[in-house]
Design a protein around this ligand. Structure first.
Ligand SMILES: [Zn+2]
Length: 188
């Protein structure tokens, strides 16, 4: 799954969770942004370093043990310094997103990676293999699905024009970045 598909799946999970635990105190917009960041964190962490330098597209960010350790460290730091922007459960929402990422990647994600280092090492896939996922029809469908989920959410929550601009500028930036990296690594 690529980034938009991951974001779509995380937003659907968030909508279901917030429906089940109906709570008027929840800041939905903030939580949706956080879970969307959380769900792309494993790839943001693994792709630039792992794929481009070591040829391993899915490594520590896709390991549940690393995610939990990282969560604990951030939680301890945040509890100690209590930064002004921090709200209770922010880190848990990010972690939930990161775990949803693993579920979204499951069809092709080796069990050894998820439970690294308990079951073995990471799979070396080459530094451009993660760019070829678009050839799978499931990737295209989940990417379009992600954009649809974001659009439906924006319409039902009556986003202001500025929110639409930011969201679609980010999507355009992501697609452009993908194209640039693709032409640099894979070529025409
Ligand atoms: Zn991934």
């Amino acid at each position: 799954m690529y980034l938009l598909g991951h974001i779509g799946s995380a937003l659907i999970c968030y909508i279901m969770i917030s429906y089940i635990f109906k709570n008027d105190n929840w800041d939905h917009k903030r939580n949706q942004i956080l879970i969307s960041i959380g769900v792309i964190l494993p790839d943001l962490l693994d792709k630039p370093i792992g794929a481009l330098i070591f040829g391993i597209g899915r490594w520590i960010g896709h390991s549940i043990l690393f995610q939990l350790s990282f969560y604990l460290i951030v939680k301890i730091v945040v509890q100690k310094y209590k930064p002004g922007f921090y709200k209770k459960y922010d880190i848990e929402i990010l972690l939930t997103g990161a775990i949803i990422h693993l579920i979204g990647d499951l069809p092709g994600l080796p069990i050894e990676t998820i439970f690294w280092p308990m079951l073995g090492g990471f799979e070396i896939s080459g530094n451009s293999s993660f760019l070829l996922g678009y050839q799978n029809i499931e990737t295209i469908i989940t990417e379009i699905g992600g954009v649809l989920v974001i659009t439906i959410l924006g319409l039902t929550q009556k986003w202001r024009i500025n929110s639409w601009k930011i969201v679609f500028a980010l999507i355009a930036f992501y697609e452009l970045l993908f194209l640039i990296v693709y032409f640099l690594l894979v070529g025409t």
